[in-house]
Design a protein around this ligand. Structure first.
Ligand SMILES: Cc1cc2nc3c(=O)[nH]c(=O)nc-3n(C[C@H](O)[C@H](O)[C@H](O)COP(=O)(O)OP(=O)(O)OC[C@H]3O[C@@H](n4cnc5c(N)ncnc54)[C@H](O)[C@@H]3O)c2cc1C
Length: 299
């Protein structure tokens, strides 16, 4: 047992040292990280974060690994996964709705609809956690999770809990104040509205159907690789450039949706990164546009 795992012994905190995360990532690409730590509540998270900082270990929070390309040569970093309390949502007394950062978007929708609440049906099919969605303001159909946020609760670098008003989160297109910062998102108060359950479920089903029709969901992927620009849609540029089907090793630009790269079975980190580089180079040459990655490199 290494020093970090030993530091959590006797607590409810689980630490898997030198853990291979390949099977956890939606790309099915990755290698060993220093450790995967699972915490169940704010007190455990505070302890784990303070302990890692005291021991000068780099760490990040992870949701469902659906927006990441993880280096398969290994990553010298600990990842904290928010379980237990963080996976719960509740309708607050007197109204209001709170959900923990570890809840999946799928379970958030289920819980909301179960309580006749909705307004976030457009999030259906986004396969991550609420924390991951808030981090980069995930969304679809020109809407995003930030549209319904009242407050976000975070644990800051000093291990203090802070409540941040939505206005100060600076939510924009795949943009928020949390990107590249050390704040750990604990959960959020969302303003959901009362809905007709049948209509809400029908909308969710329709959104899932559209995704299944348009996206290559039968192969491992990480959703859209590139952000759209104000004047362009990345997928259309890539398709028009004739890059659908372009391959490097086991990685391929999807024939079904040009902004998706699929892992055909044995793609490596380098295959995908090289393919992304080739697409960027080609679009720069043809359209004089520098595509910007939506996915996050973990290296
Ligand atoms: C098939 C498919 C379809 C997709 N469709 C969409 C879509 O329509 N729209 C869209 O926006 N995205 C889409 N995505 C991308 C991805 O699902 C979203 O970005 C999602 O919100 C990421 O959530 P996650 O929990 O997997 O985050 P992860 O990939 O685990 O993490 C992403 C980033 O968020 C940070 N993070 C996660 N949780 C926290 C936290 N609690 N506190 C602080 N930082 C945190 C991580 O450190 C990391 O930097 C899709 C992906 C796939 C595979």
């Amino acid at each position: 047992m290494n020093k970090i795992a030993a530091g959590f012994a006797g607590k409810n905190i689980k630490c898997l040292s030198d853990f291979d995360v390949k099977h956890l990532t939606s790309f099915k690409v990755g290698g060993k990280v220093s450790g995967l730590i699972m915490v169940n509540d704010v007190a455990e998270l505070m302890f784990a974060a303070a302990f890692l900082r005291k021991n000068k270990k780099q760490f990040a929070i992870v949701g469902k690994w659906t927006n990441m390309l993880v280096n398969d040569k290994g990553v010298k970093k600990y990842f904290i996964s928010l379980k237990g309390d963080f996976e719960k949502a509740r309708v607050k007394e007197g109204g209001g709705f709170y959900a923990g950062a570890g809840i999946t978007v799928y379970n958030l929708l289920r819980f909301a609809v179960g309580n006749r609440l909705g307004g976030i049906e457009y999030m259906a099919g986004i396969p991550g956690t609420l924390g991951g969605a808030l981090y980069m303001n995930a969304g679809a159909k020109k809407k995003a999770i930030g549209d319904v946020v009242d407050f976000v609760y975070v644990l800051n670098k000093k291990n203090e809990v802070r409540k941040i008003d939505a206005k100060k989160c600076h939510f924009g297109y795949r943009q928020s104040v949390f990107i590249g910062k050390t704040d750990i998102i604990l959960g959020a108060e969302l303003s959901l509205k009362e809905v007709n359950v049948v209509e809400s479920l029908a909308q969710i089903q329709q959104n899932l159907k559209e995704r299944a029709e348009k996206q290559p969901l039968n192969f491992p992927n990480a959703g859209s690789i590139f952000r759209n620009g104000e004047k362009y849609t990345a997928g259309i540029l890539i398709e028009k450039a004739g890059l659908k089907g372009l391959k490097v090793g086991g990685a391929k630009v999807s024939e079904k949706h040009a902004n998706f790269i699929v892992n055909e079975g044995n793609a490596t980190y380098l295959d995908i990164k090289t393919l992304i580089g080739k697409v960027k180079k080609e679009i720069k040459k043809k359209n004089k546009i520098t595509l910007i990655e939506e996915i996050i490199y973990v290296e």
